[in-house]
Design a protein around this ligand. Sequence first.
Ligand code: GAP
Length: 515
Amino acid sequence: MSDTPAASVMDAIVSLCKRRGFIYPASEIYGGIRGFWDYGPLGVLLKNNIRDDWWRNMVECPPIGPDGQPVEIVGLDSAIIQHPKVWHASGHVDSFNDPMVDDRETKGRYRADHVKVLVPRDGQGNSFAFVEDREAAEKKIKRDARRNPTDYDEVILTTLPPEAYARVVGPDTRTPGTLTEPRAFSLMLDTYPGPIRDEDNKTYLRPETAQGIFLQFKNVVDTTRVKVPFGIAQVGKSFRNEVTPRNFIFRSREFEQMELEFFCPPDDALMWYEFWRAQRMAWWQSLGIDPSHLCYRDHDADELAFYSKATVDIEYKYPFTAPGFGELEGIAHRGDYDLSQHAKHSGQKLDYFDQDLQLRLKEQGTSAEEIKTRSRYVPNVIEPSSGLTRGVLVLLCEAYRRDESRPSGEYLAFKPSLAPVKVGIFPLVNKEGMPEIASKLYMDLRQKYTCEFDAKQSIGKRYARMDEIGTPYCVTIDGDTLKDQTVTVRDRDSATQQRINIDQVGSYLNERLSG
Ligand code: GAP
């Protein structure tokens, strides 16, 4: 990121994403549909690279646990649509709501907890609401109330008593009292599988991938060799009917999550919570994110769900939150809430008999009665839950650089192993034997890396395009290649070129693109 104002950095990122094929508005030819986005040819490569890194780190090569052994994690791909009772048991049907306010005059609709209000400190006159544009509210204070904005305090709309609404001027109006009181708005998107469209057949698109994991806990324990502690990981689409989708792909109505449900003995849950808290921060940093752009935000006691002993968010300094931070991932200690709820609502036993613990307790001389009660339990869950599509946004924001000295004026400095295209291969001119050599190199390298062969336009324009899409290396075959078998390799970040033998290109890239 650069020092340019946040709005213009975000505008530049959104425009680059569209122009170069990372992210397009969904249904664009019909005017778009709010809260939905399509990932274009480069966006899908970037998203898959993040997903694959997470999957490798979680399922194929999970971290080393506190006992020096790799932790055990298996994968799952559960259905997006589940039995309606699932969403009653999980609590989503009753309480997955956001407070919403409407503006009776403008028909605007806002998430009540996102609306801020400037309230006169002396209690005299109107208050002025805004969502992001505080300056607009301050202008109204100067122009309409003829007062000084410094005489006002900023509060969240939902903290005001109902009688105060009569004096609130909404974000997009100059008339006081047009905002309704907040009411609960369900975030669940419903659907009716099968031919009959009635309440009995109504179910929901999943708002998180997590519940599919809890539903298969018993099958995974019974059919595989896992033992508690172990985790089940899943990546997939989730859907939320967000009141105000905004900030590009930050909050959308269809998005992807990467979730791990880690099942552990109740006595060890806090230890595993600390473990995952540290691991997850280390993973985001391993993607090349500057540690000073990430922070932890521990949830206050009054923010915690009643069953949670601790929850922390990993936050990122987005251009639209800077100098503040916004959520990227949550790590929650969920106790035994989810498995107990599904056991209660389904009538199935979802507890676990811990044979290893039974043996350990026996060796320690614990009484038979205590062994019996302690070795059968409902596992506790530690849940690191992150947004894959939000991760795409973070990597785009982190990689975005302005550089007026380059023809492109901007470039994306992705960590090389995550870049959508790893190598550009260019014959300097499309004749004199150069395309043939370049094409042979391309045919070799494409076996291992996502490569682009490009013989069109000036070399400067080809480098500029590669800078804009974040390709870390470009290899150019020129007149000298024909004489001495050397090529130039251009490094995206330094924009410098180096001559190496064409036989060394493979090892040059191997060194820089692995890990
Ligand atoms: N199972 C727990 C759970 O879903 P959450 O905090 O609601 O927790 C986890 O969501 C992550 O999913 C968030 O940290 C965020 O990265 C991502 N996420 C949630 N809602 C989103 C939305 N509307 N658009 C994009 N990403 C979203």
